[in-house]
Design a protein around this ligand. Sequence first.
Ligand SMILES: NC(=O)c1ccc[n+]([C@@H]2O[C@H](COP(=O)([O-])OP(=O)(O)OC[C@H]3O[C@@H](n4cnc5c(N)ncnc54)[C@H](O)[C@@H]3O)[C@@H](O)[C@H]2O)c1
Length: 252
Amino acid sequence: MAKFLEEKVCIVTGAAGANGIGLRTAKLFYEHGASVVITDVNEQACDEVRGLFDEKRCLVLTANVVSKGDCDRVAGEVMEKFGRIDVLVNNAGITQPVKFEEIQPDDYDRILDVNLRGMLYMSQSVTPIMKQQGVGSIINTSSVSAQRGGGIFGGPHYSAAKAGMLGLGKAMARELGVFGVRVNSVTPGLIATDITDGKLDDAMKAKILEGIPLNRLGTPEDVAKTFLFLASDLSDYITGATIDVNGGMHIH
Ligand SMILES: NC(=O)c1ccc[n+]([C@@H]2O[C@H](COP(=O)([O-])OP(=O)(O)OC[C@H]3O[C@@H](n4cnc5c(N)ncnc54)[C@H](O)[C@@H]3O)[C@@H](O)[C@H]2O)c1
């Protein structure tokens, strides 16, 4: 099997959830030869993933992307262990299925903070290192919700946060390209993870599938494979792009 990430050091945030996109991504990157850094705010989940990978090529760190100090600590510990940072996947995210008028100030803050501020802080922590190396790939996990004004499980504040990630990512791509740092975003459709688990009955699922030309929900693997492409040199002339992984749910 061709390996696309040999010698690369890759950080994936929000990657300790057993059924999430992040852990699937870390596994795929590891299979492709990368050293992987898994970060997550959930300490127990972090404890559970320690041991899944050979310690020589893996670091698991409990860290909150909303804390600038935590983000800087992650970058520092990765440099201490591996000496470089090639890829950052901003994957940590939270959602809340409420209607526009129901959004409370605290809800707005936490949804915007984890999804958008977290992307800003973690990217700021790795950027000086990538610039110095003259190479790096930052990948942001937005959502079809940013493009359609709502997915299935996200409220309007989630759409706003995910749309903000697209704008921030494009601006970063413009500024950082000259230093060899690429920045791209992925907009997943409905992906079967804990976010969706148990919340869809058969009738709801059938209705959703009517709007998906490829006639199935997405899997974490579908998104992980796109992250692999953007992390690897296969995409080395691509920056500022938004790649849809939605089975055709939104075609534009
Ligand atoms: N599942 C979908 O249908 C779907 C669709 C589009 C986009 N997304 C996005 O994909 C990403 C992964 O989602 P998922 O479906 O795997 O869900 P998930 O809940 O399994 O993964 C999110 C992870 O982020 C972690 N996290 C939450 N707050 C954090 C913080 N402050 N700091 C660090 N980590 C934090 C959680 O502990 C969890 O492990 C999210 O950004 C989500 O918005 C998911």
